[in-house]
Every structure is written in C-alpha cells, then in structure tokens.
Design a binder for this molecule. Structure first.
Ligand SMILES: Nc1ncnc2c1ncn2[C@@H]1O[C@H](COP(=O)(O)OP(=O)(O)OP(=O)(O)O)[C@@H](O)[C@H]1O
Length: 281
C-alpha cells in the first residue's frame, strides 16, 4: 500500500513553551480513512497543521509521499502549489477560511487560481450542488449559520479535488441531518480513492475510519476503532455512542457481548441472542 504520510518522532513546542506533541510516530496509507482522537489539548490540531505544512516540527521528521517536508519545500512556491493541490485542509473553525463576499466566490477562489475560467466555474457549480448549498451561492459567508459555514469550508476544499483531505472536527456545529450528509461524503471520498484524516471527539464519526490513533501529546493507541472499547473512554473524553454505552453496561453485568457502534450492528448482535420471533411481520 502506498504510504502517504510518515511521521517520525515528531515533537512540537509552541513559542510560549507549551508542549503539543511528544515523539509522535504514525503512518497514513493511500485510500485509508484514519481518525485521530484524544481529549482537549492533546495535540490533534497541531498534528494536522504539521501534516498540512502550516507549522514545522520542533524535532523529528514528516514525509509526504516519501518526500521529507523541509523548510525549503515549505518556502518553495511551486512545490507548495503542488502540495496544496494534493492536500486539502478543512479547519475546525470555518471563519478562518472564509473571506470572500459571496459563497460562490469563496468556493471558486482556488479553482480560479488552478484551472481555466470555464473549468473553475463548472467545478464551483458542481461542488455547490453536490454539497446541497447551491441556493446559498449569493449569500455572504459571514452571515451563514455555523453548519452552513462548515459546508462552505468543505466545498472550498472539494472544488479542487485533492487526493488527501485533512479534516479538523468536520461534524462539529452540524445538525443531525447535515452530520449524516458529511459522513456520507467522507465515505464517498474513500470510494473515489481519496485518503482522509479526521480529527474528532465523535466516536460515531470515527467509526467510519479504517484505523484510529488516540493522541495525548504521545500516541497512546493505534488500531481499529472497535478495539478502543478496551480503554478507559471516560478518561479520554470521547463522545461514545449511546448504543455502545448500553452494550458496555451489559458487558459490565457479565453478558458476553461485542460492543457495537451503530444501531444496525446492535440489532445484528441482539438478533443472535434474543429468542426467535414467533411471527414474521
Ligand atoms: N497558538 C498556540 N500557542 C501556544 N500554545 C498553543 C497554541 N495552540 C495550541 N496550543 C497548546 O498546544 C496544546 C495542543 O493544542 P491542540 O490545539 O493541538 O490540541 P487539540 O487536541 O486539537 O485540542 P482540542 O480538542 O481542544 O481542539 C495545548 O496545550 C494548547 O494549549
């Protein structure tokens, strides 16, 4: 499998002395969805910023597609343009990304720099329609709701079709329907061959991932999301789905059950242990 990121012994200290990351090692492979979980202040956003070339590790190394991200690359306009085309970053706070007078201009901003005018217009309209926000195209981004802003910020990234998408809390501030839409979208990224790294507290969202890392300055877990349930989840401040909590309780009571993360999985588990239905409905 092609390696997209290799993070080797990366540590990061902010200029004020606060340590965000300590000797972090991880690998992201092509076409994976990887979730990065952890409590507040664990260094998740800092790690994404390093992966997006916005900050540079205090020590350690980071490789993108086998090439070391060095200070020289980060200062080279041509190389950075190539990197920005391949890697899209959706910030946790959409306000830091939105600065154009209309939603349409916001989403068209990068395509107009990268493509011909016709292609940029086509990509912008297509993205707005796919994201179901075409009706907002003439609105000022500043006056949108939190969820609408989030969708615009995701659209800004999608309009240039990056191979790798880094998303910081992509479902925060979204209503349940929009949350499901974003989850479907992330699934569709994988189906179209993209690689996705999601920082989240939301275990429901993390369940989409092929693998996850739990971070608390250092990597404290690396594996399948399902295997997380052997950790003390309260300590990690993770948002555990209610259905998983129910089964964790049953397990505590001595029932021999696997922990589901979705209602469908729970129904599947229960249908194996409950008495057979007497009537077919
Ligand atoms: N600009 C900054 N200057 C100084 N310290 C910072 C800065 N940004 C973050 N930190 C500190 O670095 C550490 C890691 O922060 P980071 O934002 O990476 O954590 P996080 O896991 O993303 O947190 P959250 O879940 O709350 O978003 C924290 O202790 C934080 O206070």
């Amino acid at each position: 499998m092609k390696e997209i990121y290799k993070v080797v012994d990366v540590s990061y200290k902010y200029p004020n002395g606060s340590t965000a990351l300590e000797n972090v090692n991880l690998n992201i492979y092509k076409n994976e969805i990887v979730a990065i979980l952890g409590p507040n202040g664990a260094g998740k956003t800092t790690l994404l910023k390093i992966m997006n070339g916005l900050v540079f590790p205090s020590s350690g190394e980071i490789y993108f597609e086998g090439k070391k991200l060095t200070d020289e690359i980060l200062r080279n306009k041509e190389l950075m343009k190539e990197f920005r085309r391949k890697v899209g970053f959706v910030f946790q706070n959409p306000d830091v990304m939105l600065f154009n007078p209309t939603v349409w201009e916001e989403v068209a901003f990068s395509p107009l720099h990268l493509y011909s005018k016709e292609k940029a217009i086509e990509k912008t309209d297509e993205t707005l329609k796919n994201m179901k926000i075409y009706h907002l195209k003439d609105r000022h981004p500043y006056n949108l709701s939190g969820g609408e802003k989030k969708k615009v910020s995701i659209s800004c990234i999608l309009s240039v079709e990056p191979d790798v998408i880094l998303m910081d809390e992509p479902t925060s501030a979204l209503d349940p329907k929009s949350r499901l839409e974003v989850m479907d979208l992330i699934r569709s990224f994988k189906d179209s061959g993209k690689t996705v790294v999601i920082v989240t507290h939301d275990l429901n969202l993390a369940c989409l991932a092929d693998r996850c890392y739990v971070l608390n300055k250092k990597v404290i877990f690396d594996g399948k999301v399902k295997d997380l349930f052997s950790l003390n989840l309260d300590e990690l401040n993770l948002d555990v789905p209610d259905v998983s909590k129910l089964f964790l309780k049953l397990k505590e009571m001595g029932y021999d059950v696997d922990i589901p993360t979705t209602i469908d999985e729970a129904v599947d588990h229960l249908s194996k242990i409950l008495p057979q239905k007497t009537k077919n409905k």
